[in-house]
Design a protein around this ligand. Structure first.
Ligand code: BV8
Ligand code: ZN
Length: 228
């Protein structure tokens, strides 16, 4: 990489696919017949908390049976070695980037291994099933919910992401369909700020037209090739 100092990497479900975690919009992308857009909303949580909590309980439980793949490991190596700024912004709620050793990492759509109090906003680590109505040990309200950004809710740390994009010399998108905003719009922001843009994905995405370069293939192959 020539005169590249500051990098922003965006990852989506495709980076975890080779670890055995299903993506959302590919074949088999439905969960018990539900689209993520239908289950992942404040309205669904209010109308059917048992269904929504179960959606996340099952995915949280599945974490124990999977591990990071070559793409996660290559990104963690880059993170450890890169002298300039690096921020890995993941849309994923699994903990595979952390388990591969990534440090400069941000979960913009939340995390399976965290619970959020809907009353006081306090978060706490959570690794088991989270029954609706679980009490918050900070404020006592029976209001713990999955620490997940639902459709219609503001993704986390957007100012930090936008500041990183404004300084980026390179924006790399890995394993995302470009279907969900604001993440899908980051490539246009990065491009407007003058960054180089690279997409690594199994197939062309809704955002491919915005990238200077798109490489097609599995993340487990493309990411190590790009990093090394
Ligand atoms: C917001 C939670 C505003 C965690 C998710 C109408 C009404 C309301 C909102 C909207 C609306 N119209 C548009 C919107 C905005 C909406 C949106 O974009 N909707 C879409 C569906 C049109 N966005 C929002 O609501 C966001 N919030 O806009 O807030 C606001 C403003 C002010 C104040 C308050 C609010 C919130 C978006 C976050 C929603 N939460 N998930 C979870 O359950 O996981 S989104 C969900 O989709 C996941 O997080 C996932 O990460 C995300 C994106 O999916 P991908 O990661 O791209 O996965 P996908 O399966 O789609 O694609 C996988 C890709 O990998 C494919 O391209 C495939 O080819 C590739 N692949 C597969 N295998 C491999 C591979 N690549 C490489 N290697 C492989 N082996
Ligand atoms: Zn609380």
């Amino acid at each position: 990489m020539t005169d590249i100092r500051n990098i922003v990497v965006l990852t989506g479900a495709g980076v975890s696919a080779e670890s055995g975690i299903a993506t959302f919009r590919g074949p088999g992308g439905l969960w018990e017949g539900h689209r993520v857009e239908d289950v992942c909303t404040p309205e669904a949580l209010a109308a059917d908390p048992v269904l929504v909590h179960r959606f996340y309980d099952l995915r949280r439980a599945a974490l124990a049976g999977v591990g990071p793949n070559a793409a996660h490991r290559a990104l963690a190596e880059l993170d450890a070695a890169w002298p300039g700024d690096l921020l890995i912004v993941t849309q994923n709620v699994d903990d595979l980037h952390e388990r591969a050793g990534a440090r400069r990492l941000l979960h913009m759509h939340g995390e399976l291994t965290s619970a959020l109090c809907a009353r006081c906003g306090v978060r706490r680590g959570w690794h088991d099933a989270l029954p609706p109505g679980t009490r918050c040990d900070a404020c006592g309200a029976a209001a713990l919910r999955p620490d997940i950004v639902f459709f219609g809710e503001m993704p986390y740390q957007m100012e930090r992401i936008e500041a990183a994009l404004a300084r980026a010399d390179l924006f790399v998108s890995i394993g995302t369909s470009g279907a969900v905003y604001p993440a899908a719009g980051f490539v246009q922001l990065a491009d407007a700020y003058g960054a180089e843009t690279l997409e690594l994905n199994l197939e062309r995405s809704a955002g491919s037209g915005f990238f200077a370069e798109t490489r097609l293939g599995p993340a487990g192959v493309l990411v190590p090739d790009w990093v090394r």
